[in-house]
Design a protein around this ligand. Structure first.
Ligand code: HEC
Length: 209
């Protein structure tokens, strides 16, 4: 009985020792994870940037910062894989090189990945709860990408600026490329859209034929 428990004790000691040595051993296998300079970092308002920095930049930028628990292998190996793969798909530190339309497309895709719960990667979210994008943060991203149509009335200054632009277009005669070929669109019907404008502007109207 006593001998048996001693053997069991010895057995578990050995297992722990072997596990410990293996754990230490694998720490020497460290694939490199380099942070490069951010050459063309995403240009967005600070409140939008902050959200992406907190939740996405660890895998999708050249500014990866690892937590202490990401450092030991084998967790580290998974992190390196995720970061390399993540940067390959989307790198916010270099996104500025792309045309604005494409950048917007990527941000829309990002928004839907967050909405679907696919990003940040679920395993990462479990270990890094601060990376979860809250509904409020999602709203910030959404309202940046799809600002609601303005509800308030235009200001007097904006109306003046729009009128001045309008007069310039009319006076240059360059109303629309099709104006000349559209018989109904003549000098009589066109000014009628300008309610309350001085008639001097009307008399100056010329449309090329
Ligand atoms: C733990 C690392 C990690 C984090 C954090 C992370 N991602 Fe990803 N992301 C990846 C990996 C890996 C891929 C590529 C493989 C895949 O799609 O699962 C990817 C793919 C994507 C894609 C698809 C790109 C493409 O071209 O297919 C988008 C968009 C994306 N992530 C957005 C985000 C956003 C937005 C966040 C932050 C809210 C985020 N990710 C956080 C690792 C991460």
């Amino acid at each position: 009985m006593a001998a048996g428990s001693r053997i069991r004790f010895r057995g578990s000691t050995w297992s722990v020792a072997i596990l410990g040595i293996t754990f230490l051993g694998i720490q020497f296998i460290r694939p490199e994870l380099k942070n490069m300079p951010a050459t063309a970092d995403l240009q967005v308002p600070p409140q939008v940037k902050q959200i992406l920095k907190t939740s996405c930049y660890n895998c999708h930028s050249n500014e990866t910062t690892l937590s202490w628990f990401d450092e030991p292998a084998p967790a580290y190996w998974q992190v390196v894989r995720d970061v390399r793969e993540g940067r390959k798909h989307l790198n916010f530190s270099e996104i500025g090189k792309l045309p604005p339309g494409q950048q917007r497309g990527i941000l829309f895709e990002s928004m839907s990945q967050i909405e679907l719960g696919a990003m940040p990667l679920p395993a990462y979210k479990r270990l890094h709860p601060e990376s979860v994008v809250t509904p409020e943060q999602l709203m910030v991203l959404k309202s940046y990408l799809t600002p609601e149509a303005r509800k308030e009335a235009a200001t007097a200054g904006e109306i003046d600026a729009a009128s001045a632009q309008y007069d310039k277009w009319i006076q240059s005669g360059d109303v629309t490329p099709n104006a000349a070929s559209c018989p109904e669109w003549n000098r009589n019907s066109y000014p009628s859209t300008r309610i309350g404008k001085p008639s001097a502007a009307r008399s100056g109207l010329t449309i090329r034929h």
